[in-house]
Design a protein around this ligand. Structure first.
Ligand SMILES: NC(=O)c1ccc[n+]([C@@H]2O[C@H](COP(=O)([O-])OP(=O)(O)OC[C@H]3O[C@@H](n4cnc5c(N)ncnc54)[C@H](O)[C@@H]3O)[C@@H](O)[C@H]2O)c1
Length: 321
């Protein structure tokens, strides 16, 4: 097999991250094209990473016929971009959230049936999270009881970009950032979510939520409390996993990406990781799926499940007592 020919649609922040990740695998793939409605953005990326710049995704796919496409546009444009790829038999790595709604996500999954579709839930490729999954699978933490997650930071694009326009983003931080949190909860429990309680609020003068809290229960009884905010200035990114035999903490900001303390331990065991970052590892996995025909670790059903929880959360979030 020759090198996999990859293209990217959406040359903004995460488009750049995908390009950097593909560039790290230059021995296995070639960046052939970059499309962005802002043509200058595509041109800048092409100058940095190679490939041809286009102002229009469909023109790029027709001109280049790539093997794979990274969809890195805002959520409103995920479905049309995936449909363009599906019609041409092109494999897709689609950014999160899968789309603005469950219905759009279902359309994405239907269009890509029989083809390689990976939703970019990049935390699945975060080495400390994978190590935490191993701890759980090995029974070291005992029976899972509770999972707490906080992703919070002051987000400069809240209030002045598409991120806070419901028609483009599908909502606010709940669909944007909590999509990751929900996927992490599902990945750690290995289970479906059967209960969703949600509350959202806006501190900024915007029409979508900038802070959100979810209360979850998996079918096996694991409880989850997920908290995200775009307005609290002390940045935090962590997941605390409490089991009947110990606790593990995935701390994105610490040198030791994972620490754990078991019931019989006096102190914490810290693990550091000399592994590729999650985006490089995600691209590696996607390319491997193309090379081998293996199904992606993040399955289309995972995208649907996350969107089901998000829709349930939005439906419940306005309730007052
Ligand atoms: N996995 C992660 O951790 C992560 C991080 C950031 C963003 N994202 C996701 O990536 C997507 C993009 O986010 P971003 O931060 O890169 O946004 P961004 O605003 O930085 O970039 C989006 C780019 O898409 C372009 N664009 C818009 N409509 C287009 C269209 N129809 N065709 C081609 N290009 C188009 C814009 O001009 C812009 O350059 C979103 O779904 C977002 O939620 C994921």
């Amino acid at each position: 097999m020759g090198k996999i020919r990859v293209a990217v649609i959406g040359a903004g922040g995460i488009g750049g991250t995908h390009l950097k990740a593909y560039a790290a695998h230059a021995e296995r793939c070639e960046i052939v094209g970059i499309a962005d409605v802002l043509e200058s953005a595509a041109q800048e990326r092409a100058a940095a990473f190679g490939g041809r710049a286009f102002a229009e995704g469909e023109a790029m796919l027709d001109a280049l016929r790539p093997d794979a496409l990274s969809v890195c546009t805002p959520p409103k444009y995920h479905l049309p971009a995936v449909e363009m790829a599906a019609e041409r038999g092109i494999a897709v790595l689609c950014e999160k959230p899968p789309a603005r709604t469950l219905a759009e996500t279902e359309a994405i999954v239907a269009a890509m049936r029989g083809k390689i579709l990976q939703f970019a839930f990049c935390h699945r490729f975060h080495a400390p999270l994978r190590a935490a999954q191993d701890l759980i699978a090995g029974g070291r933490l005992g029976k899972l009881v509770q999972i707490e997650n906080r992703f919070a930071f002051r987000f400069p694009r809240a209030g002045n970009s598409w991120f806070t326009e419901a028609d483009i983003a599908g909502g606010g931080i709940l669909i944007d950032t909590l999509a990751h949190s929900i996927d992490i909860f599902r990945a750690l429990t290995g289970d479906e979510i059967e209960f969703v309680g949600a509350a959202v609020s806006a501190t900024l003068p915007i029409t979508v939520e900038d802070s959100a809290s979810l209360l979850l229960r998996s079918r096996s009884g694991v409880l989850g409390t997920l908290n995200c905010s775009w307005v609290t200035p002390v940045a935090e990114a962590n997941v605390r996993i409490h089991g009947s035999e110990g606790q593990a903490v995935i701390d994105y900001d610490a040198a030791a990406g994972l620490r754990y303390k078991l019931a019989e331990d006096d102190g914490w065991t810290e693990e550091t990781f000399d592994a590729p970052d999650r985006f490089t590892a995600q691209a590696d996995h996607f390319l491997r799926c193309l090379e081998t025909g293996a199904p992606p670790l993040v399955r289309p059903e995972d995208g649907l499940a996350v969107m089901r929880v998000i829709e349930a959360a939005y439906q419940g979030a306005g309730g007052t007592i």
